[in-house]
Write a protein that binds this ligand. Structure first.
Ligand code: BGC
Length: 809
């Protein structure tokens, strides 16, 4: 069952049934001011940091789900309705929600009155614009009232939900004409306020929640709206809100728009006040005046569209499969950008409070957006590297506002250092900007500790070889990529965190085959980089360690039909036929196969075959088999999840592309493709009722075959899956791969595919790459012509201007 459809021309997903199986959301904003918006206009806004600068309030654990947002109540006679259906849930004659590239347009219609709500954050603007357009579609005049509504958060989203003995006394607002200002804590330590204004005179306002709603009412029946008039409340403490009321009259056929602006302002200490107790409103007024007519809003909206046109023109494909084209050209790239902006902080599954930016997460996200915004990728790499420790270890997370490592979690995740190499190499291959390697970057943000970024890569590499276990394999530390495989945790106390507790570390023999494969892959690209830079000694030194690692994997990491997953604290095998549960895991198959360890001995093919045989199911590849059915104290969190969910035999989508890439490297295009299409959202759209979350973005997890409801997905939007699947499809299936000195063309496709065309902007050139596959090959390029001339090899050089490349498979 579907709840809408893709509109590829407008790059929108159009939801036609408001009762989606879960709120289907979108993100507004591209730089500093961000909002989440659901298909019923729920959600919230924040500035830069979803924890410390929450602008509007949201209740994650609310019943019903997704209550609170930017709501417009329309009262015509006795009928009260919302364009987005919620919260009144008055049945609409028409409903449509179009989620597009950084904007959402919700249209509702009731009794011949159409209300269209366009929401977006204009470029370089600290505000969300909400343009509400009414159309009278009847033959008679219409008179009605409109009430806006949003609820302020007291800035810190965490204390906002906890510290009520203080919170109920701090709230402060100012009302000036049609603008409501939220200034809680402004008089002391905050230098920022928020405002909500409309470009028209108002007939009333409310700023105190209980006065507007009534203490015994929910959002669905505000007393002021039921009565038809604002109560002119002025909030002093309790829960400040912002609501305007407007009286509207429309002649038959007439259309009228109102522009609401939700903005955020920061001021220097000496500019904070207009007079004692009165905030300086000049910066807010400047923002409001930029959007005080519908034409100005149109202009800003067109700029946003042009911004996305440009971003999405860097890589595009034309095949005969719409589902593939829309993922590659639109939604996968869009999701990568959102993931870059949010890391894992704010979605309908991430509360915006718990997690800062992940070291490994952010580096992986980079391969998803580096082609779109290389400048910001550069900045991100430097920020991340600045949180590294001198021994190459890293803080697992950092807070975006301060950019400092997060002490509560600390470090000790021994895969983390490798990801810095992974991210930096991706940046270098895309941009050719080697100057980044000479940037002076501190350790742990300490002044005076700066070394070059290249040195950071070197200490990252060394961190693995300085932390090897008894089999010469990398010690796992707290965990590797799988945060839930906690081999040194040994926790019996439910109040302990699996990620930060290490009850058993002394003498630990816990080693990770996932890190071994990761080290081999990233190490080899580190070697190639060193060679490219003429650092031959370093290349040689590194190569020796990689060969040793590969040997250790072959000797101690092979279980006969697949790669082991790990050795536990005691040195016992994890992910072996000898185990009763958790005999095989996906991560080490993906990484060791991508590293091609033991390829000539047939290990890679065997590992991929075992993955297919033992881990693949109808909805994707599960993480491990058999699932754990009881708690294994020496494994930690992985065995806490019910079978089939999350890291316990769920389809953890993030790691499926590792297999896809390994399959592509092995030349098995049909297998790579079938793994890809199973988890790719546009291919699961038909069973949206089962899948539950948005059919236009990847989710972190789909319930595996052991689960109660296989195929049901969770944790949509903020997942490394976006970047990894983008990387897999763009660079390994379609096979257009940036390298330091050119574009490598190396497709690996299903044999049924007769060809495709990729347009790729790379450095200062634009390449139109036409791939022809008349004989149904899966891999292998016979000839490549560049502007009509046959070239040798499969790398097209870096060129300026437009070029045509024709590839015969
Ligand atoms: C985390 C990743 C982790 C993955 C697997 C995700 O939720 O963001 O850092 O690698 O889970 O445990």
């Amino acid at each position: 069952m579907k709840f809408g459809y893709f509109d590829d021309v407008n790059r929108e997903y159009v939801i036609t049934n408001a009762r989606t199986p879960w709120p289907w959301i979108n993100y507004l904003g591209n730089e500093d001011f961000f909002s989440l918006v659901s298909n019923t206009a729920g959600g919230y806004s924040f500035f830069k940091d979803a924890k410390f600068r929450r602008i509007t309030r949201y209740r994650y654990n609310n019943v019903p789900m997704d209550a609170g947002g930017r709501y417009f109540y329309i009262k015509e006679g006795d009928v009260i309705w919302n364009p987005g259906w919620k919260p009144t849930k008055t049945p609409l004659d028409k409903y449509e929600c179009r989620h597009g590239m950084s904007y959402t347009r919700i249209t509702g219609e009731k009794n011949g009155l159409e209300a269209e709500l366009l929401m977006f954050v204009p470029l370089k603007t600290h505000a969300e614009i909400e343009r509400l357009t009414f159309r009278n579609k009847t033959e008679s005049k219409k008179t009605f009232k409109v009430f806006s509504f949003l609820e302020w958060c007291l800035w810190n989203a965490s204390t906002d939900m906890e510290n009520f003995q203080r919170n109920f006394s701090t709230g402060e607002v100012e009302i000036d004409g049609s603008v409501i200002y939220h200034k809680t804590e402004y008089k002391e330590r905050r230098n920022h306020y928020a405002f909500y204004g409309v470009n028209s005179p108002i007939s009333g306002y409310d700023t105190d929640r209980e006065t507007f709603l009534g203490l015994y009412n929910g959002f669905e029946e505000p007393e002021a709206v039921l009565e038809g008039s604002s109560r002119l409340s002025h909030a002093h403490g309790w829960s400040p809100i912002a609501s305007h009321s407007l009286d509207v009259t429309l002649e038959p056929g007439e259309e009228k728009s109102f522009v609401f602006t939700l903005g955020y302002v920061e001021l220097n200490d000496d500019e904070k006040w207009e007079s004692k107790g009165v905030i300086n409103k000049a910066p807010a007024k400047a923002i409001l005046s930029r959007f005080d007519t519908s034409e100005k809003v149109d202009r800003a909206f067109n700029e946003l569209k042009a911004y996305w046109d440009d971003l999405l023109s860097i890589y595009s494909v034309k095949t005969d499969d719409d589902k593939l084209d829309r993922m590659v050209n639109i939604w996968n790239q869009y999701q990568c950008m959102v993931t870059f902006n949010m890391s894992r902080s704010a979605s309908f599954f991430e509360s915006g409070i718990g997690r800062g930016m992940g070291f490994r997460d952010s580096n992986q996200d980079l391969v998803g957006f580096v082609h779109q915004i290389p400048g910001r990728a550069r900045e991100r790499i430097i920020d991340i590297a600045s949180t590294q420790f001198p021994d190459g270890g890293c803080y697992h997370q950092y807070q975006p506002l301060t950019k400092r490592g997060n002490n509560d979690i600390g470090g000790g995740f021994n895969d983390d250092p490798m990801w810095l190499i992974f991210g930096t190499v991706a940046y270098l291959k895309e941009t050719g900007d080697f100057s980044i390697l000479d940037e002076m970057v501190p350790f742990d943000n300490e002044k005076g500790t700066e070394v070059t970024l290249f040195e950071h890569l070197k200490v990252s590499f060394n961190h693995v070889i300085e932390n090897l276990g008894p089999h010469g394999l990398p010690l796992i530390g707290r965990a590797d990529w799988n945060d839930c495989l906690n081999l040194n945790c040994f926790s019996h106390d439910p109040n302990e965190s699996f990620q930060t507790t290490e009850n058993n570390t002394v003498g630990s023999k816990a080693e990770s085959l996932m890190i071994a494969g990761l080290f081999s892959v990233c190490g080899k690209s580190y070697v190639a980089l060193c060679e490219y830079l003429g650092k031959d000694d370093e290349a040689r030194r590194a190569s020796e360690f990689i060969s040793k690692m590969d040997e250790s994997v072959i000797k101690y990491g092979w279980d006969g039909e697949w790669y082991l997953r790990a050795y536990d604290f005691y040195g016992k095998k994890v992910g072996s036929k000898e185990n009763e549960e958790g005999k095989i895991f996906i991560e080490s198959q993906g990484w060791c196969a991508m590293a091609e360890i033991g390829k000539s001995e047939g290990m890679v093919e065997k590992s991929l075959d075992s993955t297919k045989k033992l881990l693949e199911c109808e909805h994707g590849i599960v993480l491990n088999q058999p699932a754990f059915t009881s708690y294994v104290v020496e494994y930690g969190e992985i065995s806490t999840y019910p079978a089939g969910y999350k890291e316990n035999a769920g389809i953890f989508c993030h790691n499926n592309p590792w297999i896809i890439i390994a399959e592509a490297l092995a030349g098995r295009g049909n297998d790579a493709w079938s793994h890809y299409a199973k988890i790719c959202p546009s291919y699961t759209e038909e069973h949206s009722d089962l899948h539950k979350v948005e059919p236009y973005v990847y989710s972190q997890m789909i319930a595996g075959r052991d689960a109660a409801k296989p195929g049901e997905a969770k944790n949509s939007w903020l997942t490394g899956t976006a970047a990894w699947n983008w990387y897999a499809v763009s660079q390994f299936i379609l096979g257009v791969r940036p390298y330091y000195d050119g574009l490598v063309i190396d497709p690996c496709i299903p044999s049924s595919c007769k060809g495709f065309k990729v347009t790729r902007r790379f450095r200062s050139g634009v390449y139109t790459i036409e791939v022809k596959n008349p004989d149904g090959a899966e891999k292998g390029v016979k000839t490549i012509t560049l502007d009509g001339v046959v070239i040798s090899g499969n790398k097209v050089p870096v060129l300026s201007g437009e070029h045509s490349v024709v590839v015969s498979m």
